[in-house]
Design a protein. Structure first.
Lengths: 162, 255
């Protein structure tokens, strides 16, 4: 082989450049890792599983809720609503301080919040209780109508009796 | 086998191969069967009770649009709507006879997605982002999956669907946090308040109308022969929008 020295040197330089990111990472310096504020208490799944699979869990939830109309699932013997806004963000209150920190570090741009409402911007305006109250008001109105009809028929009866 | 017989047999086999499946599909229509199992949710709108009560009509529209983060965009091309009033001659074009009573002619009609039994929008959707739910007949949408091709808008004979030509967020007056908005390039429409019926609640427009009139809008299951909606339909003559297209719309109007 001609120019053996140069060729071998070239191969070594190429391999070093090619593997440089891995070599740098092997040094164990993780100072660039983001720090997130994690709420106290237990998450639905262990931390490592959530870290690795939260996107798959959310996708499964999405398909179950939207396409199969199944809203609840059982995790550790508890009924959990499969909802990003109602379940996850109940503990992880801020998108800016939780989701975005890691997503920015990993350079991923999920489009969840293009449609789902960012809890940093808007707090829920109508709780389930308020909805129920609205419902009760409507029912009361219907009852009143019924009463009115009954009263009217009574009045008509009274007039006829006269 | 004679040459003539062979050619005839080949031609018949080819014809059956080409036309057999479509003909079988038409004869054994699955859509017609789908409505007989499970629930068949429908709505009755009593037009008499809406006469001269534009306040009630506006309340129904507002209740729906504010609850579902529907943007308020002006102009026929870009507007987004789930439920809205339309003049009689638009809503019931083929029924707009001469000399019909003035109160019917001049009264706007509340229209929305008809949740057809045989929905033309469903068949044309390439990613199956819209489909008819077998369990209750709601024509659902998966906004995650919509690619914005607008085939469904072309297919819908009722104009029930709207397209988001731009990001709707800035045009929503008050964002309701527990319901998502849509993004640019997505089609949207009424879903019979699927998020409410799963909790056993009635659609928002029905609840809003009940604040004024108890039975201006009635929502129920047509497959339940004891339901109020069946009682009303059997006691009153009802009309539907464009029934001649055999889409089997599930919103009935009492005139």
């Amino acid at each position: 082989m001609y120019n053996t020295g140069k060729v071998v040197l070239g191969i070594i330089v190429f391999v070093l450049i090619f593997s440089s990111p891995f070599l740098i990472n092997m040094s164990g310096d993780t100072s660039g890792m983001p720090e997130m504020t994690v709420p106290e208490g237990e998450c639905l799944y262990p931390k490592d599983e959530m870290r690795a699979n939260h996107m798959d869990i959310l996708n499964t939830w999405r398909d179950k809720v939207v396409r199969e109309d199944i809203r609840y699932t059982e995790i550790n013997g508890e009924q959990v609503e499969m909802s990003l806004s109602h379940t996850c963000m109940k503990c992880h209150e801020s998108r800016k301080e939780f989701c975005n920190v890691c997503h920015a570090y990993m350079e991923v741009n999920p489009y969840c919040w293009d449609c789902h409402v960012d809890p940093d911007d808007h707090k829920p305006t109508m709780t389930i209780d308020e909805e129920a109250a609205m419902e009760a008001a409507a029912k009361e109105c219907a009852l009143k109508e019924e009463e009115k009809a009954i009263q009217e028929s009574l009045e008509i009866n009274a007039e006829e009796e006269k | 086998m004679k040459r003539r017989d062979f050619i005839t047999a080949t031609a018949l086999a080819a014809a059956f191969g080409l036309a057999g499946k479509p003909v079988y599909n038409v004869l054994a229509s699955k859509d017609a069967l789908a409505s007989k199992t499970g629930k068949r949710l429908a709505m009755v709108i009593d037009l008499k009770k809406f006469e001269g009560n534009s306040e009630m009509m506006n309340k129904c529209v507002d209740a729906c649009h504010s609850m579902h983060n529907v943007p308020d965009i002006e102009g026929a091309k870009e507007e987004v709507k789930w439920i809205w009033p339309e003049p009689f001659e638009h809503a019931f074009l083929e029924q707009n006879n001469q000399f019909i009573p003035e109160n019917i002619q001049n009264n706007p009609i509340l229209i929305m997605c008809n949740h057809c039994d045989n929905p033309p929008c469903v068949g044309v959707c390439p990613p199956k982002a819209t489909w008819k739910r077998a369990e209750d007949g709601v024509v659902m949408m998966d906004w995650h999956r919509c690619i914005g091709c607008r085939y469904c808008m072309a297919a819908c004979p009722y104009g029930s669907r709207s397209f988001n030509w731009r990001d709707p967020r800035p045009k929503i007056k008050n964002i309701t946090a527990n319901f998502p908005t849509r993004s640019k390039g997505v089609v949207e429409k009424c879903t019979f308040c699927d998020e409410r019926i799963v909790k056993g609640l009635e659609p928002a427009c029905v609840v809003a109308s009940k604040m004024y009139e108890p039975e201006a809008m009635v929502f129920g299951d047509l497959n339940d022969d004891k339901s109020n909606i069946r009682k009303i339909l059997s006691e009153n003559y009802s009309i539907r929008r464009k029934p001649e297209l055999s889409t089997q719309p599930e919103v009935y109007y009492l005139i």
